[in-house]
Ligand binder design. Structure first.
Ligand SMILES: *Cc1c(COP(=O)(O)O)cnc(C)c1O
Length: 355
C-alpha cells in the first residue's frame, strides 16, 4: 500500500521545558491514518497534520466499544539517534486483538514502515532529557454509523505520538497496592488479554475506590476464586519469591506484556529461575512475613517497572522491606531494561529498532 505524506502548514506550540511534560496530554504535529471498508480493504494510508476526526454520532465504536489500542515508545539515544523498542511485538499483539474483536487485521510490516516514517518526520519531538521518551499509540476503531450489534464494515486505524516526561523524578518509588476482593478485571473467556477500551473503562470504579482509600493501584485477582494474583492496575506483576521470579501465567485473562516478556528474558540472563504461576494472596501475606517474598513490581511500557512497597487485603497490610526502598533485583532489572532502551547498554536480544 502506498503511504501518502500530506503537507504540514504549521507547527504546534511546544513545551520547551521537558520536566513539564505530562503523560498523554500533548501530541505531536502529525498523525498516521488509514481507512478500511469491507470489500475494499485498507486504503488511503497517510501521514497528515494531527487533527480531530469527524465521526458520525452513530459510529459503532462510540456505542459498543469495538476498538483496540497499543502502547510503545521511541527513545533518544546518547548519539542523538531515535530507537523503537520491540515495535513488531506490538503490531503482532495489535492483530491478535483485532482478531478477538472481529476487526480487520493490519499488515504488520506496513504498519512498522509507516510508524518509522511518522517518527522520522516527528523526530524533533522525541525529548532529550533523562527518562523521557516519545509514547506511541496505535489505535483501531469501528467507524461505521450503525446501531446494530455486529462487527462494523468500516474502520479507522491511526497512530498518534506524545512526548512524555520522566515518570520517576526522584528515583524509583514503591507504591501502595489495594487487593480487591470484590471487583474483577477479566474472566476466562473474556477479553482480558486484549488491549480493548472496555477493559479499562470497567477498571475505573475500583481504581477510584482504591485512590480514595489512599492506595496507588488495584491488584486484580482471578474472577473465579478471587484468590490468585493476575495483574496490578494496567500492568503485569512479578514477585521475587524464594529467590525466583514468579509471575502470573498467560491464561487468557492477563495481557501478554512486552515489558513482562523483556523482564523475564533479562531475569534469565541474570541467572534467576522463572516460575509462571499464579501466586495466591495467602502466599503474599505469609511470604512477606517469613521473608520468602522479598520484592514485587508491576511492569508496563509507560512506567517500565513500578516497585511495590505494600499490599493491603481487607483490613490487613504487609510491607515489603521498609516499604520505601526499591529492592536490589527490581532495580537491576529496571536499570538493565532502560539501559537497553536508551542505548546505554548493548542490545543483546535484538529488541532495539533504529529508525
Ligand atoms: C498494556 C498492558 C500491560 C503491559 O503491556 P506492555 O506491553 O508491557 O506495555 C499489562 N497489563 C495490561 C492490562 C495492559 O493493558
Amino acid at each position: 500500500m502506498n503511504l501518502q505524506i500530506l503537507p504540514l502548514e504549521k507547527h504546534k506550540p511546544r513545551i520547551a521545558d521537558e520536566t513539564q511534560l505530562a503523560f498523554g496530554k500533548q501530541f505531536t504535529d502529525r498523525m498516521f491514518v488509514m481507512q478500511y471498508k469491507t470489500g475494499k480493504g485498507w486504503h488511503d494510508a497517510r501521514i497528515q497534520p494531527y487533527q480531530p476526526f469527524a465521526l458520525d454520532p452513530a459510529a459503532m465504536v462510540l456505542h459498543y466499544a469495538q476498538e483496540i489500542f497499543e502502547g510503545l515508545k521511541a527513545f533518544r539515544r546518547p548519539d542523538g539517534q531515535v530507537a523503537l523498542f520491540r515495535p513488531m511485538d506490538n503490531f503482532r499483539r495489535f492483530n491478535h486483538g483485532a482478531r478477538r474483536m472481529c476487526m480487520p487485521e493490519v499488515d504488520e510490516s506496513f504498519m512498522l514502515q509507516a510508524l518509522k516514517e511518522l517518527v522520522r518526520l516527528e523526530a524533533d519531538w522525541v525529548p532529550r532529557s533523562e527518562g523521557t521518551s516519545l509514547y506511541i499509540r496505535p489505535t483501531l476503531i469501528a467507524s461505521e454509523p450503525m446501531l446494530g450489534v455486529r462487527p462494523a464494515d468500516e474502520y479507522l486505524c491511526f497512530i498518534i505520538l506524545c512526548p512524555v516526561g520522566a515518570y520517576y523524578k526522584g528515583g524509583l518509588a514503591p507504591v501502595k497496592i489495594w487487593i480487591s476482593d470484590h471487583y474483577v478485571r477479566a474472566a476466562h473467556g473474556g477479553t482480558g488479554e486484549v488491549k480493548t477500551g472496555g477493559n479499562y473503562a470497567a477498571s475505573l470504579f475500583a481504581a477510584r475506590e482504591a485512590g480514595a482509600k489512599g492506595y496507588d493501584q488495584v491488584l486484580w485477582l482471578d474472577a473465579k476464586e478471587k484468590k490468585h494474583v493476575e495483574e496490578v492496575g494496567s500492568m503485569n506483576i512479578c514477585f521475587l519469591f524464594d529467590g525466583k521470579l514468579v509471575t502470573s501465567p498467560l491464561a487468557g485473562t492477563i495481557l501478554d506484556g512486552i515489558t513482562r516478556r523483556s523482564i523475564l528474558a533479562l531475569a534469565r540472563d541474570m541467572g534467576l529461575d522463572i516460575e509462571q504461576r499464579a501466586l495466591s494472596v495467602d502466599e503474599i501475606f505469609a511470604g512477606a512475613e517469613n521473608g520468602r517474598l522479598s520484592e514485587a513490581f508491576g511492569t508496563g511500557t509507560a512506567v517500565v517497572i513500578s516497585p511495590v512497597g505494600q499490599f493491603t487485603y481487607r483490613d490487613q497490610t504487609v510491607v515489603l522491606g521498609d516499604g520505601k526502598t526499591t529492592g536490589k533485583v527490581t532495580r537491576k532489572l529496571y536499570d538493565t531494561l532502560t539501559g537497553i532502551q536508551y542505548g546505554r547498554l548493548p542490545d543483546t536480544h535484538g529488541w532495539v529498532d533504529l529508525l
